[in-house]
Each structure stands twice: as C-alpha cells, then as structure tokens.
Ligand binder design. Structure first.
Ligand SMILES: Nc1nc2c(ncn2[C@@H]2O[C@H](COP(=O)(O)OP(=O)(O)OP(=O)(O)O)[C@@H](O)[C@H]2O)c(=O)[nH]1
Ligand SMILES: [Mg+2]
Length: 259
C-alpha cells in the first residue's frame, strides 16, 4: 500500500492533481463528473453530504482505494462536486487514515452561492481533517497582477506541488517532531547567490497566505545545516528543518508554515 494517496476532486481538483502527480511515489486519483478516474454525477456528489460511517464505503466503493496512511485531498471549494466530495472523504476516512487537504477558496467576485458552499464545506473540513491549508483566490489578482487571470489561476497547482513535496520529505514523514495538525497559512520562497538563504526566507515571508504565529520553516536544497542556523537567528521561527537535496541546483527553497 502506498503511504500517500492524493485525490483531486471537481474540475479545479483535477487541474491541481495534474500539476502535483508527476512522481510515482503516491497513488493518485481524480474524481469529477467527467474525464476523471472516478466519474460521479453532481447529484450523487451532493448526496455524499448525508452519508455516514460504513455505509459511505458501500455507496462510494472507490473510498476503499484511498485507505493509505496519508490521504491528501485537493479541490477548489465553491463548486458542487469538489466541495461535497472533499467533505465526504474527510467524513468517511478520518479515524482510518490521516486526512489532509489543500483547497482553493473562491474569489469574492464569484457568486454568493459559491462562497456560501465554500463556507459550509470549510466548516465540515475543519471537523474531519487532521491538517489543512486554505488558499484563497483573491490575492492572485493583486500579487500576480503581471499575469493574466488564466495564468495566475495556475499558481495554486504549483503551490500545491511544492507543499506536497515538503509533506513527503519533512512535514508528514514522521522523521521530524513537527505535527501538521489544524489549519496553517504558508509562504514559499526561493533564493540564489551569496544571500540565498536570506532571500528565500524573505520571499516566503512576503506571501499573502502567511498569517499568524508561530512560524515553522522547512528548507530544501544543497546547503549545510550550520549555514542555515546562522541566518535563522534573525527570524522568529519556532522550529526549522532541512532536507538536503540536489533537486533545486544552486537554489534554496523554503516553505514557511504559520498557525
Ligand atoms: N486557483 C484556481 N481556482 C480555480 C481553478 N478552477 C476553478 N477554481 C476555483 O474552484 C472553484 C470550484 O470550481 P470547480 O472545481 O470547477 O467546481 P466543481 O467542484 O467541479 O463543481 P461544479 O460546480 O459541479 O462544476 C471555483 O469557484 C473557483 O473558485 C483554477 O484553475 N485555479
Ligand atoms: Mg465541475
């Protein structure tokens, strides 16, 4: 059994999944009302909200495929399929797997129905998920004003890919004492050159999705622990971790999580 299952739910969830599932270390599955591994009608997705316990596994047998140690759910909250299936997965699998989620939240200019559906889904997700990150869409237009709308909407997938890589290397692998439980804000930064550690940290701290304290830093790159230790003294991180990898070449990546 894979220790990671990644599920993309709804139209946005499928797009995020496509960006994320490029490696073969996780079992990946898409669920939508068309063009997906599991095809489910909107009506059945809505029914998911009222199904509980073991019955859920009979009504939605694909849930059995997700019985991994860690299940990571991706979707865009606000739509019918993604919102309802994300809640269903949490409800059915919590207690049997560690269920985590990365979700976009609708732009405030989308319909009131969408924001209301997202709000209800969010409340239920908070009840059933072990750890979650909500990534609102609103900051996209402000922080990435140099990009077209279509281009900026792809950023969520890239963000999710980076966070899931950190899940595997540092955050959810059990080797670090860090516990990804509850709701987190985040920032991701990269740096090159002589001041690359500082630059990466400042880039991450600039994130519109990073709010609250305490903050935890997760570094990846070909860098010595001692070099990071010197730099992080100037920053208020409660804990920090390093995963040594050649994957980023001369660059350093840091993901900062906040409470
Ligand atoms: N950041 C980002 N958000 C998206 C993208 N596509 C959709 N969304 C958001 O996700 C929300 C849900 O959209 P979909 O995933 O298409 O909806 P669905 O779950 O398929 O549900 P239906 O309403 O049944 O189609 C939208 O209201 C948007 O806020 C995307 O490419 N990037
Ligand atoms: Mg859809």
């Amino acid at each position: 059994m894979d220790s990671f299952a990644i599920v993309g739910c709804g139209g946005a969830g499928l797009k995020f999944l496509k960006e994320v599932c490029i490696h073969n270390w996780a079992f990946c599955m898409g669920i939508n009302n068309s063009n997906s591994d599991i095809v489910i009608s909107r009506k059945n997705a809505m029914m998911g909200g009222s199904v509980y316990g073991d019955i859920a596994f009979e009504v939605f047998p694909w849930l059995n495929k997700l019985l991994s140690k860690n299940v990571i759910v991706l979707s865009g909250l606000g739509g019918v399929v993604g919102s309802n299936i994300s809640v269903l997965i949490g409800k059915a699998l919590h207690g049997r797997a560690n269920v985590y989620g990365l979700f976009s939240e609708p732009f405030s200019f989308e319909s009131p129905e969408r924001s209301e559906r997202a709000r209800i889904a969010k409340d239920n997700i908070m009840k059933y998920y072990r750890g979650v990150i909500f990534i609102s869409n609103d900051p996209l237009s402000k922080y990435y004003s140099n990009l077209s709308m279509i281009e900026s909407m792809k950023i969520h997938g890239v963000i999710m890919k980076h966070i899931i890589t950190d899940f595997r290397t540092m955050i959810l692998n059990g080797y670090t004492p860090f516990r990804f439980e509850g709701r987190f804000g985040f920032g991701i930064g990269f740096g090159t050159g002589r001041h690359r550690i500082n630059l990466a940290i400042q880039d991450a701290l600039d994130s519109p999705w990073l709010t609250g304290e305490p903050k935890y830093a997760f570094f990846s790159g070909e860098v010595d622990k001692e070099d990071i230790a010197v730099v992080v003294r100037d920053y208020p991180f409660k804990e920090w971790y390093l995963y040594r990898t050649k994957e980023y070449g001369d660059e350093i990546k840091v993901t900062v999580l906040s409470r």
